[in-house]
Design a protein around this ligand. Sequence first.
Ligand code: 2P0
Length: 345
Amino acid sequence: EASVDVRAGVTAVAHPNIALVKYWGKRDESLALPVTGSLSVTLDIFATTTHVTLAPPVPADMNGDAGLTGDVVTLNGRPAGGAAAERVQGFLDLVRALAGRRERAVVESVNQVPTGAGLASSAAGFAALAAAASAAYGLDLDGRALSRLARRGSGSACRSVFGGFVQWHAGTGSGSAGDVSSFAEPVPVGPLDLALVVAVTDAGAKEVPSREAMRHTMATSPLYRAWAQASNTDLTRMRHALARGNLTAVGAIAEGNALGMHAAMLAARPAVRYLSAGSLAVLDAVNALRADNVDAYATADAGPNVVVLCPRADADRVAETVDAIEAVRSVHLARPGPGVRLRSE
Ligand code: 2P0
């Protein structure tokens, strides 16, 4: 028996994604099965790097001091507590169950998101954690299986497993049939020189967590069903637009889908409102750019920041225009980026 237990850790890097056809609502909460399919583009900025090391198993008699009795989670150098730590531990329990292992883990996660920008990404976080933890516990998952695992951490995380344009299939049925059929995969695209300009705006009121807001929208918004139906059509049209490399159609469908999602939230009772005055100022600027023959379109998620889609050749002009808006605090230029990767140390 070896006296020194050297356990190499595993590091994974993932990027956030921006949905062009949004995910909003689950048909099964415990398995994270969505009501609709969604389609996103993975970014090349704001990476999350996550390192997972396994602790020696806890001795059966629990008297030794060798093992950890719980997982240790550090986010950006600070110990995580409360709901964030519980969510990571719950996810690690799932990985341990799949791997048939018992060791606790030390998780250290760092993201390159500007602090206070309201851009903390659970998608990049759980994609990186799924890849690092599954490798650390000895699971050998292909991309599809990894996306299904990441989905259980945060729905949108399944899409960050892959780079470029990615569709998350809603899947069919419930239980294990639903689980197996709800995965992400890359989408074929024609020539498309897309840039994404991320406009960070002044934060508005304290935001409702998206998980809760989805539940509330489904339960109370008379527009939810209509948005979900429109989303299915948008998915088909978006796939065609991407295959043809038609950036104008991609932008128009994405903007319509996003504003429809926000409309469904605004119709909830009481309303869920993520768009702030600053967000609307960016939407106005995007309309003005379009009137000036720039192919710019906007999308926004569960927060006040706005992402502008445009041809790469127009990205600098779009960034300057958006940066001149008083409520815009910072502007970040992105391009389609890579899927999750393990990094050798
Ligand atoms: C999306 N969003 O498709 C949509 C659009 C926000 C608006 O996915 O409950 O963190 O962990 O599955 O994925 C944000 O919600 O939610 C999200 P959970 P998630 O990107």
